[in-house]
Design a protein around this ligand. Structure first.
Ligand code: CP3
Length: 335
């Protein structure tokens, strides 16, 4: 088995940087779109293990990545806790029911994992289909990012409703974050039991917070997840959280993802030995081939001497030409 990713995540020196791409499953491949068109919607794909496994494996076969990330969504956790989500075509997710009061929080239940049997089954089928070629990456949303959706019910530029809660209802906010954290731990343990070899926690909306709020409302919960789910290596990716890098680099996670606004050299003063992941700007992939190759090589150089997992600095955008993504991957593999 290609275990480059696992060795790099554990901080071992590898012959080259392993590569995978955030949001590699779905979004860009014509083969994904064909399957997506043949069914009623996104949720059907997520909840049908045979199909979820198929689109999980597609990027391994077509793009040649060093790992498969299980096809699912971070929003299965709020749903398992009692707030179902809907995925609107072209508009993204929304929740018909959101958290408005403390009694709404009390009514939520802690997910045990068993509600998410379809993810377990999708992981088993993915492993069978991969036949040991590459590891399977599990994932979950970070407690704060899930908190944002549970309160706002949809995406937002500012997540001001969610931030209001932190200031106006600190105790209730901690209660909600506790429940999400325990649910996430149970869920990630289920993924490990099904056979994921590594997992990533996505804190996609970290960037709306301050250093102070991140220390109080994010780090303790993130650290608890990494501590309790330590059977396999772990990666934390907190987008926009430049103010929290020293905390993340001394966290319980094995590896820390960087978005494209950071340069590994900016972090040298922290003196961390952790593995870093990232971080090419996904919009580089709209340029010509020569430029893509040049920027990919520059990214590799910026991480030289550091245990590194090559990736983009955020998920690949949906209208990216998959051939550019393949060029990014091939360039890394040739180095
Ligand atoms: O990495 C992968 O390819 C695995 C699958 C995956 C999906 N969502 C499938 C998906 C992963 C890891 C996610 C994580 C996720 N979901 C995040 C964190 C990562 C990030 O980008 O910051 C967030 C914030 C969500 C919530 C979510 N799901 C949004 C905002 C949207 C709409 C916009 C979009 O396309 O991302 C989704 C829908 C979604 N999740 C799609 C896919 C393939 C597109 C739905 C479709 O095919 O119609």
């Amino acid at each position: 088995m290609n275990d480059l990713l696992l060795r790099a995540a554990r901080g071992e020196k590898t012959e080259r940087s392993p590569v995978w791409v955030m949001r590699q499953a779905g979004r860009i491949l014509p083969e994904y779109r064909a399957i997506r068109k043949s069914i009623s919607g996104f949720k059907e794909l997520v909840e049908t293990p045979e199909l979820a496994a198929e689109v999980t494996i597609q990027p391994v076969d077509i793009l040649g990545v060093d790992a498969a990330i299980i096809f699912s969504d971070i929003l299965v956790i709020p749903e398992a806790m009692g707030l179902p989500y809907q995925m609107e075509e072209g508009r993204g997710p929304w929740f018909p029911k959101v958290i408005k009061t403390e009694s709404d929080i009390n009514a939520l239940h802690v997910a045990e994992g068993s509600e998410l049997q379809y993810v377990y089954d999708a992981i088993l089928l993915t492993r069978k289909g991969l036949n040991g070629r590459v590891p399977v990456i599990g994932f979950a949303g970070a407690p704060f990012t899930i908190f944002c959706y549970m309160i706002e019910g949809r995406g937002s530029k500012t997540f001001s409703e969610a931030r209001k809660w932190l200031h106006a209802n600190p105790e209730a906010s901690h209660n909600l974050l506790e429940k999400i954290t325990q649910s996430t731990i149970n869920y990630l343990k289920l993924q490990v039991e099904a056979g994921v070899s590594i997992y990533q926690v996505f804190d996609s909306w970290a960037g709306v917070l301050s250093a102070e709020l991140y220390k109080e409302y994010c780090m303790p919960y993130l650290n608890r997840i990494a501590q309790e789910v330590s059977q396999v290596p772990s990666i934390v990716f907190a987008k926009g959280a430049h103010f929290a890098m020293s905390d993340l680099l001394s966290s319980n996670f094995n590896a820390v993802g960087l978005d494209w606004t950071l340069n590994p050299a900016d972090l040298a003063h922290i003196g961390s030995k952790k593995t870093l992941q990232g971080n090419m700007d996904p919009t580089v992939l709209y340029a010509d081939d020569q430029y893509v190759v040049q920027k990919t090589k520059e990214m590799l150089t910026s991480f030289s001497g550091i245990p590194h997992i090559a990736n983009l600095g955020h998920g690949v955008y949906p209208d990216t030409d998959w051939k550019k993504v393949k060029l990014f991957i091939d360039t890394i593999k040739a180095n």
